[in-house]
Design a protein around this ligand. Sequence first.
Ligand code: UDP
Ligand code: MG
Length: 230
Amino acid sequence: MTDPSPSGPEFDPSKVTVIFVLGGPGAGKGTQCESLVNDYGFVHLSAGDLLRAEQQRKGSQYGALIADYIKEGKIVPMEVTIALLQNAMRETLNAQQGGEGGQVVAEEHRAKWSDGKGRFLIDGFPRKMDQALKFDETVCPSRFVLFLHCTEEVMLQRLLKRGETSGRTDDNVESIKKRFQTFVETSMPVVDHYRKQDRVVEVDSVASKEQVYSEIRKAVDLTFEKLGEQ
Ligand code: UDP
Ligand code: MG
């Protein structure tokens, strides 16, 4: 893993669009990101998925640490998560130019990825203030935050249902309670920080996947229009 650069963000925010997707555990971040990928040509990077992959990577020095943090619903030290995201972004951008690793975007969206341009949905990150400040400073400031608002009751039901098949060590009542607590105490201050900067686009995510997605599209289109993006 490489260290974050000491001076300024690695990626130029005028070329690389980063949108943070936040919301409680089970709010529907991953599900909604999949639809956004198809319609807008984003590449979806889930911080949780990257951490789980690193945990399973043979020879990783962080495997045991990540496993423990995830089960306890705690936030893994930011250096690990930021390095994983930064590497994935770099690989993805290089991949469009024929480099190794990283996902190549679908043909219809290639134009949005020409000349070093790119657009990322970063899902489930930042969930703690230190991560937010460090990422903005050293990797790439985000364009805006898409915040999915859901009740704990609904999130609990979704996570328990997912737990029947997900195989995730944190989709059980005990871990879910801890994740809710971390969300309220540690992650909501991040949302509030961006709210103060008027950079949060909020969508209620209690309804069905399709209904929520249609609201998200409207909100994203409106925000892109305001920001002059296509
Ligand atoms: N996690 C973390 N830092 C992050 C994102 C995730 O430490 O920036 C850990 C944390 O323990 C969290 C777990 O990964 O509870 C699962 O995150 P994921 O986003 O997969 O869960 P979701 O919110 O989508 O249910
Ligand atoms: Mg997720």
